[in-house]
Design a protein around this ligand. Structure first.
Ligand code: RM4
Ligand code: NI
Length: 277
């Protein structure tokens, strides 16, 4: 099957628009494709599996991706997944700014194009995305310039509020941020929610409810999917033993890892690895 390619002319209102917003409320399953434009993906809620250039990411609220035109990506097994895609054409940006450093692109490794946004960051960017959505639906010159200036604000705010998935200095104690960070940073160790709650004097039941509201899944399910995604990415590097992968991904032993992996993927870890030989 030829690769699906999405074209600027099908998504942007005029040839002068550098930016447009594609709300996906929800994002349905979407096949592998690339584009002749770039996109920012901001995940609002729900969960799903986002595959970028064969690397799987289990995504949920607060995830941010900078997608290049040439990236091949798809959405699989979505569950009430909601996102905002901000589509842009680099060569149409006309405001003088350091776009190169604001919008990590082709020269930036994929790992550095995946970030997380804090609860605070998500709420600060919300009004800008809303304004941009409205502005970019107009076609006069002034509106097009305004859209681009809103896009610049958005790019700046994203740079201010984004943080690598596994490290972050929490300025305020948003519980969801705290838990997300603990999950992402502790992937290689066993995680016990009870210990986490005790450490932070939290009620386990209410944090679980909060988590489920935002992500659509339980803490343990989310963590298992993160671990499986990391394992899938590691299995593609043929130098590592299954046992090493299993412990780096926080599984207590490699038999248990193989069982969980096979149940989720329908193939064993080594069969999965064969696919990339
Ligand atoms: C799709 C999906 C794609 C995006 C297009 C514009 O629903 O989110 O990734 O490129 O919209
Ligand atoms: Ni896309």
């Amino acid at each position: 099957m030829p690769l699906l390619k999405l074209h600027t002319s099908d998504f942007f209102f005029t040839d002068n628009h550098a930016v447009t917003v594609a709300e996906r409320l929800p994002q349905p399953i979407f096949p592998i494709h690339n584009h002749d434009f770039y996109e920012l993906v901001i995940v609002l809620r729900g969960n799903g599996l986002h595959i970028i250039n064969d690397v799987p990411y289990y995504i949920t609220c607060g995830d941010l991706f900078y997608i290049n035109a040439d990236d091949q990506h798809s959405y699989e097994s979505v569950d009430s997944l909601e996102l905002n895609n901000i589509l842009y054409c680099r060569h149409r940006l006309s405001l003088l700014s350091d776009w190169q450093s604001l919008l990590p692109g082709d020269e930036t490794h994929q790992e550095q194009r995946y970030w997380r946004l804090s609860v605070q960051g998500m709420s600060e960017i919300r009004p800008i995305v809303d304004a941009l959505t409205k502005e970019s639906m107009k076609s006069d010159k002034l509106s097009i310039q305004l859209s681009e200036s809103l896009f610049l604000q958005l790019a700046l705010l994203l740079k201010r509020y984004r943080h690598p998935p596994n490290s972050y200095q929490l300025a305020d104690g948003q519980l969801l941020d705290l838990l997300m960070l603990a999950l992402h940073a502790g992937i290689d160790k066993p995680f016990r929610l009870d210990d986490f709650c005790q450490q932070h004097s939290l009620s386990s039941r209410s944090i679980q409810t909060l988590f489920k509201q935002h992500t659509g899944v339980s803490v343990s399910h989310y963590l298992r999917q993160l671990r499986l995604c990391k394992a899938m990415a590691m299995l593609r590097q043929k130098t590592l033993h299954i046992g090493e992968i299993s412990s780096e991904c926080g599984f207590e032993d490699s038999n248990y890892f193989s069982a969980v992996f096979s149940r989720a993927m329908g193939v064993s870890p080594s069969e999965y690895r064969q696919r990339f030989r």
